[in-house]
Design a protein around this ligand. Structure first.
Ligand SMILES: C[S@@+](CC[C@H](N)C(=O)[O-])C[C@H]1O[C@@H](n2cnc3c(N)ncnc32)[C@H](O)[C@@H]1O
Length: 349
């Protein structure tokens, strides 16, 4: 049998199709890479450099990886960092080590919401069994605006109740304002002193829901371990952590529920909200939802907020020990408010 080589034109087509396959694979794989890996691979050849550039652009256009209804872009006019890299979750999740990879910035990532967030997912740790049966909850089917007969308020301003997975009503219930994701236009802006900052990109009315503080739920031991690691990283390089500790005093007054949420590696846009010594323009509410084991920390507009305003809240009281902390641990505050204390509150984990 005689083997005939294809004519030159056909050979070129065969060559092109191998290149096409290579590019198709690259377009599939590169969005899974982190910025360092992307930078390395972009130096190997021109086509991969072009794909990396397009991924970087897509990433800078939407921090939410299409897991929210609205896009949240990055804006940076002060240095070359185009975006902040972290894994996006719209809700609290159990801690994950190592953090999973997440596809981000490929073509087709057009900013439209790609996945419906399940009710179970939104509540993180729920009191619903594996078959989805309610273990407890209420029978409500229709609730009044902001009120469900089944859920009595605790009488504490910063704690609220919403219908949830354990209720008979659906996601369109009016008593679930914090469960529909981010519905106000936001953007993430780079500042010389504070790093990334979350900004309003539209007028936001007082009382409107902004977002929840989403991230990994940690045990206290793990929170302490990570805080030590973050303090060390900060002492050697420019590094921002987003580990929040919430203490909820239970009605008995005898016990305190401690919740550690780390949005440093896995989180949502709330990880970009900076501290302000004057309390900022956001109020925080611990929201309990029927069927959920743990409350969620949610941000609401504390007053009318205009477009282009930075969103901020108070990270807590600045203690004398925060001010005395050695240079390694002490963080200077640049909130710019007239009552600025010059030091960021430091969580004593
Ligand atoms: C939850 S993160 C906020 C987002 C952060 N700016 C970033 O670039 O990712 C908390 C960190 O932001 C910085 N930060 C927050 N508020 C600040 C303030 N008022 N002044 C200076 N830095 C601030 C500190 O580095 C702090 O550890």
């Amino acid at each position: 049998m005689q083997h005939q080589s294809p004519p030159p034109a056909k050979r070129r087509r065969l060559g092109e199709s191998a290149a096409d396959k290579f590019l198709r694979c690259a377009k599939f794989i590169l969005p899974w890479l982190n910025p360092q890996e992307l930078a390395v691979i972009s130096q190997t050849c021109k086509p991969l450099s072009l794909i990396s550039k397009s991924i970087t652009l897509q990433r800078s256009l939407n921090a939410t990886r299409s897991l929210e209804t609205l896009t949240v872009p990055f804006h940076n006019s002060i240095d070359s960092q185009r975006y902040a890299y972290f894994v996006y979750t719209p809700f609290q999740i159990p801690s994950s080590s190592p953090p999973p990879r997440q596809w981000w910035g490929g073509s087709g990532d057009d900013g439209s919401k790609s996945e419906n967030v399940s009710e179970g997912g939104r509540f993180g740790v729920s009191l619903v069994d594996e078959l989805g049966e309610r273990k407890f909850g209420c029978e409500c089917e229709k609730c009044e605006e902001g009120y469900c007969e089944c859920l009595g308020l605790e009488g504490m301003e910063e704690i609220g109740n919403e219908c949830g997975f354990g209720c008979g009503c659906g996601l369109d219930c009016t008593n679930r304002v914090s469960q529909k994701g981010i519905l106000v236009r936001l953007k993430i802006v780079r500042d010389v002193k504070k790093g990334w900052c979350l900004y309003a990109d539209q007028f936001i009315k007082k009382g409107q829901f902004i977002c929840e503080y989403a991230g990994e739920l940690l045990t206290t031991d793990e929170a302490r371990r990570r805080q030590k690691l973050y303090d060390k990283l900060r002492s050697t390089q420019s590094f921002s952590s987003a580990l929040l500790v919430i203490r909820e005093h239970l009605p008995s007054g005898q016990a305190c529920l401690r919740i550690n949420i780390d949005a440093t590696r896995i989180g949502n846009v709330a990880r970009f909200i900076n501290h302000s010594c004057d309390g900022g323009n956001l109020s925080t509410v611990l929201l309990r939802s029927s069927g959920a084991l743990l409350p969620r920390l949610c941000f609401f507009a504390a007053r009318d907020i205009v477009a282009e305003e930075e969103l901020s809240f108070s990270y807590g009281e600045v203690s004398i020990s925060d001010k005395k902390n050695g240079d390694n641990k002490k963080l200077n505050c640049s909130c710019g408010s007239p009552c600025c204390l010059g030091t960021l509150p430091c969580e004593n984990t």
